[in-house]
Design a protein around this ligand. Structure first.
Ligand code: GLN
Length: 486
């Protein structure tokens, strides 16, 4: 049961082979057994979960169920969930019980999904290893001495260890795709504007996008169909008709043109990642796709541009955490200014402070033109590179990450080294394009660590991208493998 697809779980629930309460109980017990080691969840609440499961069972019994009704789902702790703690991985929000649901949470509830808990994450989604969380690092279920990736590392570890069939994540620079790659999962970052940011605690608003993390592309297609849609409460939400992202799953690959960016296949990719990616591309050719070389000449500037733009937006977004409106307040202070200073000094961790400082600096009067404006120009060049590349191909492929999961602590003292974990993912956010990662083999010592293949679609081409991923998953079983201890 724990390794079943969402479709299989849906069928088991519909045919009454298992109830939602039984399924939720089974997973809560797994969480109780494995979470003390993995630290994938920040909050679990058996009573709340079981109440939702009972409700789902009633809907199933009354014949009012949809394809996802009764299936458990974990939410990254960045999504406001009514009545649940929503900490964003920070001491600043350690006491914040959200009074409302994020749009994503609302839609998932409406689809009948049962909230299993809130997953650990890098503080305010800033990180690539889950080590910046106030709640401690998450362990990679494939090797407990290694990171699961970040910032959606708790969601990734939870799905990989089969503590939940699926989870939500957010991706500002790679935070769905990178942990999906390092944990052997399928994770999708949609086109910017497809999933509402309402109730998703803001990091860098022009880049943030929510998306699903699950075992397969088919599961992700089902979840994305439920979680996307226009929301007037997010000014960047796109008013487009609802889509069924499963529509291209059965489409054959013959004639598909896959673009391989020269810059992604140059130096920098570890040999084991290269081997798995090459083998995946060979499978695509076997299925009738053709590969063409494309170029993204400005993509080398994506990490520097991102580390100006994202901190700039973060410095503004995080100004709301001031000890007055909500969240943490320093217990002792002399006056208002001192209260602000102490609250923010005590409530934020080192990486968050680093970003606030950088962001404030690049937006300051004297440096705005030199840094922020330049970064915005580079962002446009990067987006234009993709427009050019998509003239020659239908989809772009490459590695998701430069290496397999690294050891806990290996990069935590070197921010720049850590920032380079997202070298292949960040350009996609800067351009606003959809991207995903699918498992394509194993590397590392003894071949025990998952490798991810990244697929990048054109704007709003999620259905095709998911279809292209699904065809690969019909021919391979990487996405069905699970770590031994799980
Ligand atoms: N690792 C990147 C960062 O630290 C991306 C994080 C994300 O996508 N939320 O900013």
């Amino acid at each position: 049961m724990i390794n079943s697809s969402l479709k299989e779980l849906g069928a088991a629930l519909a045919e009454k082979r298992i109830s939602s309460v039984e399924l939720a109980t089974l997973l809560i017990e797994r969480i109780e057994a494995l979470n003390p080691t993995l630290n994938a969840f920040i909050t679990v609440d058996r009573e709340k979960t079981l109440a939702m499961a009972r409700d789902a069972d009633r809907r199933l019994g009354a014949g009012l169920a949809g394809p996802l009704t009764g299936i458990p789902l974990a939410h990254k702790d960045i999504f406001c969930s009514e009545g649940w703690l929503t900490t964003c991985g920070s001491k600043m929000l350690a006491n914040f019980a959200s009074p409302y649901d994020a749009h994503v949470v609302q839609l998932m509830k409406a689809a009948g999904l049962v909230t299993l808990g809130k997953t650990n994450m890098d503080e305010f989604a800033m990180g690539s290893s889950n080590e910046t969380s106030f709640y401690g690092p998450v362990k990679n279920p494939w090797d407990n001495t290694r990171v699961p990736g970040g910032s959606s590392g708790g969601s990734a570890a939870a799905v990989a260890a089969r503590l939940t069939p699926a989870a939500t994540g957010t991706d500002t620079g790679g935070s769905i795709r990178q942990p999906a790659a390092l944990c052997g999962l399928t994770g999708v970052k949609p086109t910017y504007g497809v999933v509402s940011r309402y109730g998703m605690i803001a990091f860098a608003s022009s880049l943030d996008q929510g998306g699903p993390m699950a075992k397969s592309a088919e599961d992700c297609a089902l979840l994305l169909s439920a979680m996307s849609g226009f929301d007037p409460r997010d000014s960047t939400s796109l008013d487009r008709p609802a889509e069924d992202y499963r529509r291209d799953l059965e489409k054959p690959l013959a004639g598909l043109k896959i673009g391989l960016p020269r810059e992604f296949f140059a130096a920098g990719m570890a040999a084991d990642v290269r081997e798995a990616v090459d083998e995946a591309l060979a499978e695509y050719r076997r299925q009738g796709a053709v590969t063409v070389e494309v170029s993204l000449p400005s993509s080398g500037l994506s990490v520097p541009a991102y580390y100006v733009i994202a901190p700039a937006e973060a410095s503004s977004n995080l100004s709301r955490f001031d000890g007055v409106r909500y969240g943490y307040r320093a217990p002792e202070y002399t006056d208002l200014a001192d209260m602000y200073c102490k609250t923010r000094a005590q409530g934020f961790g080192a990486e968050v402070k680093r970003r606030i400082l950088i962001g404030t600096y690049v937006l300051s009067h004297g440096y705005y033109d030199a840094y922020y404006l330049q970064a915005q120009k580079i962002r446009r060049l990067i987006a234009n590179d993709f427009v050019q590349a998509f003239r020659h191909c239908d989809i772009i492929m490459g590695p998701t990450t430069p290496s397999t999961a690294f050891a806990l602590g290996a990069k935590s003292d070197d921010p720049v080294e850590m920032y380079l974990s997202d070298i292949y993912t960040i350009a996609v956010n800067l351009a606003g394009l959809p991207g995903m990662s699918i498992p394509c083999g194993f590397g590392g010592e003894g071949g025990k660590l998952p490798v991810g293949l990244q697929l990048i679609g054109n704007y709003f081409d999620e259905a095709r991208m998911l279809g292209v991923a699904h065809r690969y998953q019909l021919a391979t079983d990487w996405h069905k493998r699970m770590p031994e201890e799980a």
